[in-house]
Write a protein that binds this ligand. Structure first.
Ligand code: ADP
Length: 393
């Protein structure tokens, strides 16, 4: 059965097609600059990458071209071969604790939640509509970044602001990267051979979050109402003293919108180092003796250690720590520094094993109190799996 995983942004459309249930990637690609000039798409097929410059008026056009590529490359014989299309949705609010079929009622709820994800939810709806128009016979499903975190208890997802004010404005911790946390937690449970586990999953990419997972369910997570909470990220500040905002805005006459931009686009590794949001550049800066890069990495690592320690206590122990996403899968020095910071818990690094990038590997020493793994994430595969399950249910 052929299933397409789709991630629609405001001007982009990423896709990956699977043969399911064998979980074989048949083709993948991305359409970029949709609705803009100089639009193009790239596809990956049989280990080759092809780029084509085309006019992409809207997402529907992108879908038409996508389907054409599937037929031209003999991935499908006809549109009827596409059994399901799974769409990634950033914000599912408190409505969705699992993936569902994209009924009109579901789409209306995704739309209603747009104020909580103004850049993402409307774009995803455009993606669903385009898919429905071009492939009307496929089952359309929606997979939410927030759904996995819906199992958090109230005391973990509420903020200590006036209760009614939060209720009336849907203010609470929703979390993000849920599909990734779910994927690596499931994989770790497979490795451990049991499900009654206490796991700490570290999704450290350009955006970054850590979750505490108890018996396969999310107990707590570091992202909040928005993705700018918790860890220090590439360009986001993560947790700060909230009163810095009114103080700075008044003192420097900064608008609300501008303050939001500073916190999301000019902070984090970039803000501290003044060099880059990319941890590769920070690592290169450190090698060249750049003190601000050194400081940025110290603060970045400190925050990760703090969250792991907090969740260790909250879980009452830990059976596995997992690193995933761009930095987690690739940065040897960040993983090393984090694990050294956890030495007090009996965590021990195996330097040789840690010297890997992008592959599944145990990186802790055999006498480490907690096994630590790098597990490459695969959100697209989770979307395909959920879609298959919904088709079969
Ligand atoms: P996104 O949040 O955009 O999905 P990713 O999970 O793809 O991000 O992570 C991208 C980040 O991963 C880059 O900004 C960079 O900081 C980091 N990264 C990628 N490759 C490496 C590497 N070899 N060494 C260190 N960091 C890396």
């Amino acid at each position: 059965m052929k299933i397409l995983s789709v991630n629609a942004g405001s001007s982009s459309l990423k896709f990956q097609m699977y043969e399911m249930p064998d979980e074989i990637v048949l083709i993948s690609g991305v359409f970029e600059r949709i609705g803009m000039e100089e639009s193009f798409y790239t596809i990956k097929l049989n280990g080759e990458k092809i780029e084509k410059k085309v006019e992409l008026k809207d997402h529907k056009r992108a879908f038409e071209l996508l389907v054409q590529e599937l037929v031209d490359n003999k991935i499908v014989d006809s549109l009827d071969d596409i059994a399901g299309i799974g769409h990634r949705i950033v914000q599912g609010g408190s409505y969705f604790d699992k993936s569902v079929i994209a009924s009109e009622d579901v789409i209306a709820k995704i739309d209603e939640l747009s104020p909580l994800a103004p850049l993402h939810n409307p774009a995803a709806i455009v993606g669903i509509r385009a898919a429905q128009a071009v492939v009307p016979g496929a089952v359309q499903t929606v997979v939410f970044d927030t759904a996995y975190h819906q199992t958090m208890p109230e005391e973990n997802y509420l903020y200590a602001l006036p209760y009614d004010l939060c209720q009336d404005n849907l203010i609470r911790r929703y979390g993000a990267h849920g599909t990734s946390h779910r994927y690596v937690a499931n994989k770790m449970n497979e490795i451990l051979g049991r499900e009654d586990t206490k796991l700490i999953t570290c999704h450290i990419g350009n955006g970054a979050s850590i979750s505490a997972v108890l018996n396969g369910k999310c107990l707590n997570t570091s992202m909040g109402l928005t993705p700018n909470a918790g860890l220090i990220m590439g360009t986001r500040c993560g947790d700060i003293d909230a009163t810095i905002l009114p103080y700075l805005m008044e003192k420097q006459n900064i608008s609300c919108k501008e303050m939001d931009r500073i916190m999301n686009k000019e902070s984090g590794l970039l803000g501290i180092s003044g060099v880059s949001s990319d941890s590769r550049d920070i690592e290169a800066g450190i090698k060249e003796g750049n003190k601000r890069c050194e400081l940025a990495q110290k603060m970045y690592v400190r925050r990760i250690i703090d969250y792991i320690a907090k969740y260790y206590v909250e879980l009452g122990g830990c059976d596995g720590i997992i690193f995933t996403a761009g930095v987690g899968e690739n940065s040897v020095p960040v993983r090393k520094a984090v694990m050294e910071g956890l030495a007090v818990l009996g965590v021990k690094l195996d330097e040789d094993k840690n010297n890997i990038r992008g592959s599944l590997q145990k990186i802790s020493a055999n006498d480490s109190s907690i096994p630590v793994y790098v597990i490459p994430t695969d959100e697209e595969l989770m979307i395909a799996r959920d879609t298959l399950n919904l088709i079969n249910s």
